[in-house]
Every structure is written in C-alpha cells, then in structure tokens.
Write a protein of this length. Structure first.
Length: 339
C-alpha cells in the first residue's frame, strides 16, 4: 500500500489502534480529531501521546470534518491516497437525547469527506458504518443481504445514510468506497461509555452496574485487534464494479458501482449474563446488579454473518471473549493505576 492514509477520528478508540498498526507497518498517516467532550478528552490525549512514542511519519491536526477549509488545507499539503473515516458522534442512546449533534457530524461531516475524496481523486475511501443499521431486524445472523430499512435510533439512521451517500458518490464519480458495519467493538484504550468499560469501573469501585432488558440481551463482541486487521486488509482491496449486478433482482451486498458493504464481527452472540460472569471471574469480584427495562433505540440481540468479509480479505475475526476481556482489564488497571 503506497501513499499516505488520512484517518478521521484519529484520537478515537478504533482510530488510535488503526494508526498504530499503520505506523508499525511503515505507512504514513495524517489524522484529525475534534477531541469533543462526549467522553474523556484526557483519554483521547493519552492515546495521541501513545502514538507519538512510535516511529513513523505521523501528523495530527485538531479540527472538525464539518470545516471544509480545514480539510482542504490538509489535502493540499499531504495529498493522501487513502481515507479512513472513523469520525462520528457516537452513542445509540445519546442520539435520542441529542439528535441534532448526530445529524450535524454524521451527515454533514461525512458529506464533506465524500466531496473532498471526489475532488482529490482518492484511491479508496473506507468508512465506519455500524451493526445498528439492522435496527428492528430480528433475522439472525445479520447479513449484508438483509434489508436495513427499519433503524430504531438516530445514530443508526445516520449510519445508514452514510452508506447511501457513499453509494451515490461511487455511482456518479466512480469513487471506490467500502463501508464496514462494526459489531460492538471492545478492548484496551476503549470508550468509557461502553458497557464493558462501565461494568469494569463499577465492579472495581463496588458500585452497581446497570443491566438493561433485565439481562436478556446478546451482543456480538468484536475485539479491537480483529477490527483493525480487517480495516487494514480492506484498505488494500479497492472495490470494483460488479458487472453481473442484476438491477431487476438486486443483491443488497454489492452494486454496479465500486462500492461494498461488509459486516465486521466475531460471529458469536454472547449472552449478557455470561459476559458479566466472565468479567467477574477476570476481576475476581462479584458485580452488584441493577436490573432495568430495555431503553429506547436499543436492540435485544446482534450477530454478524461475516462470510462475505472472510471471502473478500481472507480473514475472520476470532478473538475469544475471555482473552479480549483479560487484555482490557489488564490495560484498565495499568492505565488507572489500580493495584
């Protein structure tokens, strides 16, 4: 892979790990992030400091993808060949409380990314979608061939919109683009608003953990290393038009345009009770449980069908839950200096 990679959301959880992987493989990276206060800015800054300890050509800029002048100045200077868009307002539940933030960042901001990719003839745009696009779909495992016409949160709707917008640019401007539907990403340096992070913190502090839908929930937890390996392999696989695409009987997983969509998950749906018991075993303490009803915008179960991804990049996420949680808890205790 020759040429600079431009990463948005570079101080975020996935962006941080992706940049580290690229630099270790001697790939030049330019990254941006607005360091918003949705969760700890100190954690985001610590990620950036960790990246700076690595060798490699890395440049970081504080700014927002909603600022077209900001983006243009960076593209003029570095002329990146690949773009990985991970910048977004995150949080399914928060999107119900603050929908305007999500529409602004996830729709307007992504529109700017598409425009600049078109203007600078980018070789490949890889962008973050989400398993949340499957919404009210009860058919498991989730397949890229399934309809995603029934989102249940503004966050999910914004991610589906990203897929539609990217397809338009692929169709009109022949912009090669790949959307990745991530399934519940976890691991070291993760997001403090995610359940595994909140549970770990609460258990260690002898506080109750909130368990939604009275524990009757299942998630396809995907370890961060598997997510990053998938992204790196996808970057190198520039999508092409499917010349056999049948518009009379369309396949939702492909297109006549150079645009693809893939699930990135562990293909294992973990019951929340088992998840908590595994975390209790690793930490060595029992959780105090506060059982709550299902919140609006959430779904009961997720499970990824990753056959298309495995065939496409010859890789299948495989990290076992206990192994991934052990690595997270070790990092958490070290980072927060818990003996």
């Amino acid at each position: 892979m020759k040429g600079t990679v431009f990463v948005t959301g570079g101080a975020g959880f996935i962006g941080f790990h992706l940049i580290k992987s690229l630099l270790i493989n001697n790939i030049n990276v330019v990254a941006v992030d607005n360091l918003n206060s949705y969760y700890s800015v100190d954690l985001k800054k610590a990620r950036l400091e960790e990246i700076k300890t690595l060798n490699g050509q890395f440049n970081f800029y504080l700014g927002d993808i909603e600022d077209t002048n900001f983006l243009n100045n960076i593209f003029k200077r570095y002329e990146p060949k690949y773009v990985v868009n991970l910048a977004a307002q995150a949080g399914v539940r928060d999107s119900i409380k603050n929908p305007g933030l999500f529409l602004k960042s996830n729709i307007n901001g992504f529109g700017n990314i598409l425009e600049i990719c078109k203007d600078y003839d980018i070789s490949h745009l890889v962008y973050a979608s989400s398993s949340s696009v499957y919404g009210g779909n009860r058919q498991l495992p989730y397949s890229e061939k399934n309809s995603v016409d029934h989102p249940v949160s503004i966050y999910a709707a914004s991610k589906k919109s990203n897929e539609l917008m990217a397809h338009v640019y692929s169709h009109i401007y022949s912009l090669p683009a790949t959307g990745l539907r991530f399934f519940t990403v976890y691991g070291p340096w993760g997001r403090p608003d995610m359940s595994y992070f909140l549970f770990t913190k609460a258990i260690l502090e002898n506080r109750a953990i909130d368990i939604f839908n009275y524990g009757k929930m299942k998630r396809d937890f995907t370890f961060i290393d598997d997510i990053v390996e998938s992204i790196v392999r996808v970057i190198k696989k520039i999508p092409i038009s499917n010349e056999k695409f049948n518009r009379n009987n369309p396949d939702l997983s492909t297109s006549w345009a150079p645009h693809r969509i893939f699930n990135v998950g562990n293909s294992t749906s973990i019951n929340l009770d088992y998840f908590i018991s595994t975390l209790e075993e690793i930490i060595g303490k029992k959780a105090i449980k506060n059982l709550l009803p299902m919140p609006k915008g959430d779904v009961q179960s997720t499970l990824a069908d990753t056959n298309l991804l495995e065939e496409y990049i010859n890789f299948k996420p495989k990290t076992k839950l206990k192994e991934g949680l052990q690595k997270f808890v070790l990092w958490y205790k070290d980072f927060y200096k818990i003996v």
